[in-house]
Design a protein around this ligand. Structure first.
Ligand code: KG4
Ligand code: ZN
Length: 331
């Protein structure tokens, strides 16, 4: 089954064709990073207009190796995300499905991130525990099946990717923050500054990242007041270390408590090599199999949406032409 998939929930316009949920036949993505860099973050109105400008051309390119005639269904990210951005993908996908009498499959963006891992490990099957770490979400979930998830823990304030972006901004490293912090951290000493690691008694799988953000900002202010240099690399490395500690600790605990021998890391932050390495090392110690998507499927892309759509279709989770987009939607 060839699924033509669309992803436009934030600042990447992406179109792909995925066969049977596992094989990527084409993937075309246009990133808007250069545009939003000028403003230090994503400007929603500009993002939706930029999606509109490229989506037709990207669709033509993505369809080239397959052809619309050999396409069996259309899938689209319908939630969560920036509403204007989502609406571009949803309207385009709906029109195409309607005009060509193809089934329309709505996909939850976060489930799409997890499905990106099936593209890298076709043998991977639920049940498993997943840590989803992106710009808008930080969740530990138990995937009972490909489509049925149970939330075990979540952030109570900032998402982890959001905290990378905010710290990068105060350090003057630019946007998007995650890759900038990762590259600054390479030459830093992760033991040089101790930033707080927040843990909750009432739910050991929950997270909080707003405290560490304040701690970093206070640290920088103190250095400024004393007219001292800001040790950017040390801050980046120590911040990454603190954040990874909590992510690894809570997620591995969830695996142990739920007797899961499989752990999936997904979402934009899964591109962070320190996080991947630390999680993998801890999983090895606990004899847990660790899975993370290939780097090309870590950030937002339509291939992961096409992968998840296959399993949604098998469960008859299709939509009619009145499908809407939603900025917020539970997993
Ligand atoms: O999943 P994603 O592409 O978009 C959302 O669904 O939010 O995640 C984007 C987030 C951003 O906050 C970005 O800074 C972060 O992922 N990110 C990283 C890295 N690459 C992207 N964070 C840490 N290290 C990275 N290498
Ligand atoms: Zn995402």
């Amino acid at each position: 089954m060839n699924i033509l998939a669309f992803e436009s929930s934030c600042d990447d316009t992406s179109v792909a064709v995925v066969k049977d949920g596992k094989e990527v036949l084409s993937l075309e993505t246009v990133s808007q990073t250069d545009i939003h860099t000028l403003y230090g973050g994503v400007v929603p109105e500009i993002a939706s207009r930029a999606h509109l400008e490229v989506i037709s051309e990207l669709t033509e390119k993505a369809l080239k190796p397959v052809g619309l005639r050999n396409t069996d269904a259309v899938a689209v990210t319908y939630a969560p995300g920036l509403i204007g951005s989502l609406l571009v993908g949803v309207s385009f996908a709906k029109s195409l499905a309607y005009a060509h009498k193809l089934p329309l499959i709505p996909v939850h963006h976060i489930k799409g991130h997890v499905a990106g891992t099936y593209l890298t490990y076709p043998e991977l099957k639920p049940p498993f525990i997943a840590l989803i770490a992106s710009g808008g979400h930080t969740h530990i979930v138990k995937a009972h099946t490909y489509t049925k998830y149970q939330i075990l823990g979540r952030t109570r304030d900032d998402a982890v990717g959001e905290s990378f972006d905010k710290i990068a901004r105060v350090l003057g490293l630019g946007y998007p923050g995650g890759p900038m912090i990762e590259s600054a951290a390479k030459t830093g000493d992760s033991n040089s500054i101790h930033f707080p690691r927040v843990r909750f008694e009432d739910n050991p799988y929950d997270f909080s990242f707003s405290g560490i953000k304040t701690a970093v900002i206070n640290y920088i202010h103190q250095k400024h007041q004393l007219s001292l240099d800001i040790p950017v690399s040390d801050i980046a490395a120590s911040f990454t270390d603190a954040v990874c500690d909590v992510l690894v600790n809570n997620t591995v605990k969830a695996c142990k408590d739920h007797n899961s021998k499989k752990l999936v890391l997904a979402g934009g932050v899964s591109a962070n090599k320190t996080l991947r390495k630390k999680l993998e090392e801890e999983c090895n110690k606990e004899k847990i199999n660790f899975f993370a998507p290939d780097f090309r499927y870590c950030g937002d892309n339509a291939a992961m949406i096409g992968a998840q759509a296959y399993y949604e279709y098998l469960q008859n989770n299709t939509a009619s032409a009145d499908l809407n987009a939603y900025a917020v939607m539970p997993i």
